[in-house]
Write a protein that binds this ligand. Structure first.
Ligand SMILES: *[C@@H]1O[C@H](CO)[C@@H](O)[C@H](O)[C@H]1NC(C)=O
Length: 412
């Protein structure tokens, strides 16, 4: 009996340590905190799959509810009493509008449309983290911030979430609405992080090339954006496949859900079988737009070889067609289209599968003549930008958020 009393707790402790432990590169700042954030996130995923199995419901739907409960529903005022918050709809799309205290008579404010992250499946404008982002931006920039509650998977897949974002953005950009909110039409930006960065880049591009749009965005601020789905074996996808919280298979899964591809094909997508050389629509021209051997700085290529399949998936033309749609993959846009896009801020993190998506976009935008600020964080990881509140408050999160706000102050 006695030995058991000692051994069992020891085993449990070892089991727990093993569960929590994840090897992290030296460059990651505050690794212990990230380890705990990761353990929390993985626990949520486990609970979600158990609940989904128990109730026979969709895994992502359960995960959505669970993360929502974890992140807190509608957040409190956070000591920014000047910012007025209202939940309204823009052309039928639910949005949360943050208004700074009105300036003097006739004083126009900045405007910013924001799309939250979460793999087109998770997150909410109303979650504590995104509510805090919008309030602080509104307060510090004296900006009217429109945080869009676009539809998510599994209720909606591409192009619906994108169209929700575009529709609400265009509504805000109409001269009447800008006037109603006392926003300067010359100073309206679009922004988002992760999947929200994808939506922001796509919406910025559509508005920039739409001749009927009278008011255009003057800037786009993209925080570790998702920009392409042709290559899941870029150096950053490989280097960071084990780095929390956005593991490589999770990002691939988010993409497949968004594009409506059968999830059973995940092993094929993981090895780039979906973008093999025998895909008839994938022209050399399109391939060159995601060719990291040309688009990435040499130091990011060291030790990596491109993974290009001679033969791959057959008969999935619809999903593959979606892969080539620039509204889903802005990195695939032609140079003439990129040239029309607004001035950009692109935030990237070294320890993030999406690092190379961002860096390649920086290069392609610059090649097209667009002014770009590339803001890279060696110690950063995917998600740090919104990890600024206890217990998961990261120094690199605070630093990146500050730099983002400062860039908007100078450029919007
Ligand atoms: C990728 O495609 C090739 C050719 O069709 C096939 O032989 C291989 O099994 C596929 N790989 C995976 C992981 O499904």
């Amino acid at each position: 009996m006695r030995p058991l009393l000692v051994v069992v707790p020891l085993l449990l402790a070892a089991e727990l340590a093993y569960y929590i432990y994840v090897p992290l590169p030296d460059s990651i700042e505050e690794p212990w905190k990230l380890t705990m954030l990761d353990a929390t996130f993985r626990t949520v995923m486990h609970v979600a799959s158990f609940k989904a199995w128990l109730c026979g419901s969709d895994y992502m739907e359960v995960m959505q509810q669970t993360t929502q409960a974890l992140m807190g529903g509608s957040a409190g005022g956070e000591g920014l009493p000047g910012v007025k918050v209202s939940d309204v709809t823009f052309a039928g799309v639910p949005v949360r509008v943050y208004e700074p205290p009105a300036g003097g008579e006739g004083h126009l404010r900045r405007g910013l449309v924001y799309f939250h992250g979460g793999g087109w499946a998770l997150g909410s404008a109303k979650s504590a983290a995104y509510d805090a982002v919008a309030r602080r931006v509104s307060d510090e920039l004296n900006a009217v911030v429109v945080s869009v509650e676009y539809r998510l998977y599994p209720q909606a897949i591409f192009p619906l979430p994108y169209l929700d974002c575009l529709t609400s953005a265009k509504h805000f950009l109409s001269p009447e609405v800008l006037e109603r909110y006392a926003v300067d039409p010359e100073r309206v930006g679009v922004s988002g992080d992760s999947a929200g960065g994808n939506l922001a880049a796509a919406v910025a591009m559509e508005v920039a090339t739409d001749d009927s749009a009278r008011v255009k965005f003057s800037v786009q601020a993209l925080v570790y954006p998702v920009l392409q789905a042709l290559d899941f074996n870029t150096p950053s996808y490989l280097q960071n496949q084990q780095i929390p919280v956005l593991y490589r298979p999770l990002m691939v899964r988010f993409w497949m859900q968004y594009l409506g591809a059968p999830l059973s094909l995940e092993p094929q997508y993981m090895v780039n079988n979906h973008s093999s050389l025998d895909q008839p629509n994938l022209t050399p021209e399109l391939r060159s737009r995601v060719d990291w051997t040309v688009l990435l700085p040499k130091k990011n290529q060291e030790g990596y070889e491109p993974l290009i399949r001679e033969r791959g998936l057959k008969g999935t033309t619809k999903a593959v067609q979606q892969l080539l749609d620039v509204r889903a993959s802005p990195l695939l846009a032609a140079a003439e289209v990129l040239a029309k896009c607004p001035r950009a801020y692109v935030l990237t993190c070294e320890n993030d599968v999406l690092r190379d998506d961002g860096l390649m976009y920086v290069r392609r935008l610059r090649d097209a003549g667009v002014t770009v600020t590339s803001d890279h964080y060696e110690g950063g990881f995917h998600g740090c930008f919104t990890s600024t509140t206890w217990p998961f408050d990261f120094e690199v999160g605070r630093r990146s958020f500050r730099a983002y706000v400062d860039w908007l102050k100078d450029n919007l």
